[in-house]
Design a binder for this molecule. Structure first.
Ligand code: 0X9
Ligand code: ZN
Length: 482
């Protein structure tokens, strides 16, 4: 969670958004026809204008700024590739949880970030997790001491955590893989080919209810695969669930594939609430980034399309590239930034494919859930700024019911609120776009944890996270039948 947009923002917004009511006339296993969309305006409520102090976002150009931090410039190449493989080595890199109870702390954080000494990972109004490269630790410590900023070292050697995160399977699990017809285990974080093969396996095994469609391709040409589970009931509502928009958030595709497995393998004994919904799952929106986190840089966030010509930086933050209020707060025009918004709305093949699929689908989507990590938040729109949609109370009530179910199932506490209010304004998110399309129950779900492991969540947590998340999903399914 990187973005901390500009200082003192005054809000007062009116917008027209589009919705598309339709009939779902699909039968299981049949081709999914596009629809002729009937767009209708939906008024957004104006929230009372609020003044809020939020730290400044980086410069639009990414040019260096004189910050008077009184510390030497960092070396150009800080993180090195390991000698044995070609992966980025995080030995000695740390993550600190920093209290941000004063505006001046934010300003310091922003300055350090501009100077490329730190990056911000997750946070809300009262704390931020800060990632620090090894050769910046001394300088950052000095600045924090001088400015009396309190912090706690939560990860003292990131590479150690990465090495321990995804251990090999034991013999029993390998045997199980051979027997079950696909390689997914939820005891490991799997490569994209395992995920895609698993989806194809389910479509082949359960053709009456499961079908798979490639809705487009990533920049590097990988499939964007959507799996649909449906009993073909024409009155069904539809739900779209995606994961893996951000490459490094491995728990997200793991959780989404767990849902798929549960529904497909146990469809006959599932509740009517689950059976009478048309489910659409896209577990890996950003397959190039996901593969890159396995072979190149575990902490890569964006997709892998080069930025602009003449600059070396790669990748657009797909969650800043969607076309609802694109280019506003909390998104960067600097291709080197981790929250680069892209050259224009839907400039990226991955975000374009998602939006084209949803907006041209015959399905009537009543819910859009996008799984991310980390922080344990259930977030509803708007994300672009401190405004709320007209039905925000419905979103809040259902969000709180989902959070309650998660807590009962797994003892994990999720905070519920609008993403701009609870976290920070960030424009170009897929959730805002989906809400703008008229999809009522739109949530971004930030899975476990709250920072102890962050993105590098051990595999022993996959099943607990997925199970409690499934309990939450059941509440949503019930709500759709209310
Ligand atoms: O900043 C994001 O894209 C999401 N957090 S993450 O740490 N997974 O990167 C939150 C997105 C919330 N939604 C919008 N701001 N629209
Ligand atoms: Zn994310």
């Amino acid at each position: 969670m990187e973005p901390w947009p500009r200082v003192f923002v005054l809000l007062a917004v009116t917008a027209a958004v589009l919705c598309t009511p339709l009939v779902n006339d699909l039968e299981p296993g049949k081709e999914w026809p596009p629809r002729n969309s009937v767009k209708q305006p939906l008024d957004e409520v104006n929230e009372p204008a609020k003044l809020q102090a939020i730290p400044e976002e980086e410069t639009a150009t990414g040019d260096p700024i004189n910050d008077n931090l009184d510390i030497p410039e960092p070396e150009a190449q800080i993180l090195t590739k390991t000698a044995f493989d070609d992966k980025v080595d995080y030995t000695g890199a740390q993550v600190w949880k920093v209290e941000t109870n004063k505006n001046s702390i934010w300003l310091t954080i922003m300055r350090l970030r501009r100077r490329n000494l730190i990056s911000t990972w997750a946070g809300n109004h009262s704390y931020v997790d800060v990632f620090i490269k090894p050769n910046a630790i001394e300088n950052v410590t000095r600045v924090f001491q001088r400015e009396n900023i309190s912090y706690e070292v939560v990860i003292d050697d990131l590479q150690k955590r990465i090495n321990e995160e995804n251990p090999p399977l034991d013999e029993n699990d390998i045997e199980l893989q051979d027997r079950q017809g696909h390689r997914m285990t939820w005891k490991q974080y799997h490569r994209l080919s395992d995920i895609h093969d698993f989806m194809d396996y389910l479509a082949k095994t359960y053709p009456a209810i499961v079908s798979v469609k490639t809705i487009g391709h990533s920049y590097e040409g990988r499939d964007l695969k959507v799996l649909r589970i449906s009993n073909g009931n024409p009155t069904n509502k539809a739900v779209f669930i995606d994961g893996g928009i951000h490459a490094r958030e491995w728990i997200s595709p793991a959780t989404v594939t767990y849902f798929i497995n549960q529904f497909a393998e146990n469809f006959d004994v599932e509740s009517d609430d689950i059976k009478n919904i048309d489910w659409y799952f896209l577990p890996v929106v950003n397959p190039d980034g996901y593969e890159y986190t396995h072979v190149g840089d575990r902490l890569w966030r964006k997709n892998r399309k080069p930025g602009v010509l003449g600059r070396n930086c790669i990748g657009t933050d797909l969650n800043r590239n969607f076309g609802y209020r694109w280019g506003g707060k909390g998104a960067s025009s600097n291709p080197c930034s981790d929250i680069f918004r892209g050259s224009r709305a839907f400039s990226e093949p991955e975000s374009r494919a998602v939006s084209e699929f949803i907006s041209s689908s015959a399905a009537k989507f009543s819910a859009y859930l996008t799984y991310h990590s980390y922080g344990q938040y259930l977030l509803y729109p708007w994300g672009y700024d401190n405004a709320l949609p007209p039905d925000h109370r419905d979103l809040d009530v259902v969000g709180k019911n989902i959070a309650q179910a998660i807590r009962q199932a797994g003892g994990t506490t999720y905070q519920v609120g609008s993403s701009s209010g609870l976290l920070y304004p960030a424009s170009g998110g897929s959730d805002d776009w989906a809400k703008g399309q008229g999809i009522k129950y739109t949530y971004t779900i930030e899975l476990r944890d709250t920072g102890r492991y962050g993105f590098v969540l051990p595999t022993t947590q996959i099943i607990p996270v997925a199970q409690e998340s499934l309990a939450g999903l059941r509440v949503l399914a019930k709500q759709l039948h209310a």
